[in-house]
Write a protein that binds this ligand. Sequence first.
Ligand SMILES: CC(C)(COP(=O)(O)OP(=O)(O)OC[C@H]1O[C@@H](n2cnc3c(N)ncnc32)[C@H](O)[C@@H]1OP(=O)(O)O)[C@@H](O)C(=O)NCCC(=O)NCCS
Length: 157
Amino acid sequence: MSLSIRPFRIADAPALLALFRDTIRRVNSRDYSPEQITAWASDEIDEAAWASRFEGRFVAVAEADGRIAGFGELEPNGHIDRFFVSADHQGLGIGRALLEAIEVEARRIGLRQLDADVSLTAVPFFERRGFETRSPQIVTLRGVEFHNVKMTRALDG
Ligand SMILES: CC(C)(COP(=O)(O)OP(=O)(O)OC[C@H]1O[C@@H](n2cnc3c(N)ncnc32)[C@H](O)[C@@H]1OP(=O)(O)O)[C@@H](O)C(=O)NCCC(=O)NCCS
């Protein structure tokens, strides 16, 4: 597999939304109920609003053999928001490459810490990458409750 990480382009947004929904339905469905999956990967997500959230953020897009295979998003305050690898490319090192790109950018802009509200599915990945659990949380999305975990990682050194 040939893997490259490149900056987000606005034209990527429809493909990233499709990947987001597909990964939630096929991967996160291991850890969340059908009701939660329906709410999270909702057909009612407004594509323009979903795409506009990328504005002002660092977004790394992974391409595997020339096809979009994942993306990760860093807010200027160090919060990692959407972070997804395609269901067809799990466990191939793409998440690691995306997180490394985020870490390089975070250091470049002088951040001291990264944080994320991590899905139950992704906790082992973030632990492996040096994140520590701060607190389990319950969030509400489209009227449905979800458990996730606040995790942080210091960027000293
Ligand atoms: C979490 C996610 C992004 C990881 O991406 P990935 O490309 O499959 O992960 P990688 O192949 O880069 O794995 C990196 C390391 O984490 C480890 N890892 C990844 N998932 C793991 C799991 N479920 N259990 C244990 N270890 C895991 C790998 O073994 C690897 O270890 P290594 O560095 O020693 O080789 C991916 O599983 C995903 O998209 N999950 C669903 C979406 C999601 O929940 N996103 C997070 C929202 S907060």
